[in-house]
Write a protein that binds this ligand. Structure first.
Ligand SMILES: CC(C)(COP(=O)(O)OP(=O)(O)OC[C@H]1O[C@@H](n2cnc3c(N)ncnc32)[C@H](O)[C@@H]1OP(=O)(O)O)[C@@H](O)C(=O)NCCC(=O)NCCS
Length: 173
């Protein structure tokens, strides 16, 4: 089970003690505007799923730690797109850390892990079209628009990148 580092972030496995930090994210209406707010019980279930997913599939969501402050500031990683075998990039960051390039940094590292370590052929990402920051991250990491689609009960834009299209980012350590 891999922990990885980027210049500003540590991406590590979730532990049960992360509950309070995860709940702070998942119960913040601004952070979850394009997702679904989660109760304490739902967050506890999500935390267990994040941990179990790694054990079952050798990939999953990392807890994102800001190296300078040692704070848990988000989660980012890979999962299965709803009802498909496709592997999907996902991320949620604390709003105090938005627009500093951290979402892009963590996402690039996630693609690198997916293509170099897991040898995946393709990674996809979806976002509601009005989630401009998310769509922008998806575009910045080189994913290409494929179609409009419907997942998790919402109309979304669906992007993808294949291993052959992916360009490693030399700034990642
Ligand atoms: C999506 C998210 C992870 C992005 O993280 P981030 O660290 O802010 O991302 P970055 O700083 O790497 O990039 C954000 C980009 O969006 C742009 N952006 C953000 N809000 C914008 C707006 N209202 N209008 C135009 N551009 C905007 C930023 O300028 C930046 O692009 P740039 O580098 O070209 O200037 C973060 O906004 C988040 O956690 N959102 C809530 C959870 C969420 O919606 N997750 C995705 C579900 S699909």
């Amino acid at each position: 089970m891999a922990d990885i580092e980027t210049p500003r972030l540590q991406l590590r496995q979730f532990i049960l003690d992360d509950f309070d930090n995860l709940f702070r994210l998942y119960s913040d209406a601004e952070v979850m505007k394009y997702l679904s707010l989660r109760t304490r019980e739902q967050t506890q279930a999500s935390l267990h799923k994040h941990i179990q997913h790694w054990q079952q599939h050798n990939f999953g969501m990392w807890a994102v730690i800001h190296k300078d402050s040692s704070k848990l500031i988000g989660r980012c990683g890979l999962g299965f797109l709803e009802n498909t075998p496709e592997v999907e990039l996902g991320y949620v960051f604390d709003k105090s850390y938005w627009n500093m390039g951290l979402g892009t940094e963590a996402s690039q590292a996630t693609l690198q892990y997916g293509f170099k370590e897991l040898k995946l052929e393709r990674i996809v990402a979806i976002a509601k079209p009005d989630n401009i920051a998310s769509v922008r991250v998806i575009q910045k990491i080189g994913m290409k628009y494929q179609k409009n689609a419907h997942y998790y009960g919402h109309d979304v834009v669906y992007y993808a990148i294949s291993r052959s299209e992916w360009q490693p980012d030399d700034s990642l350590i």
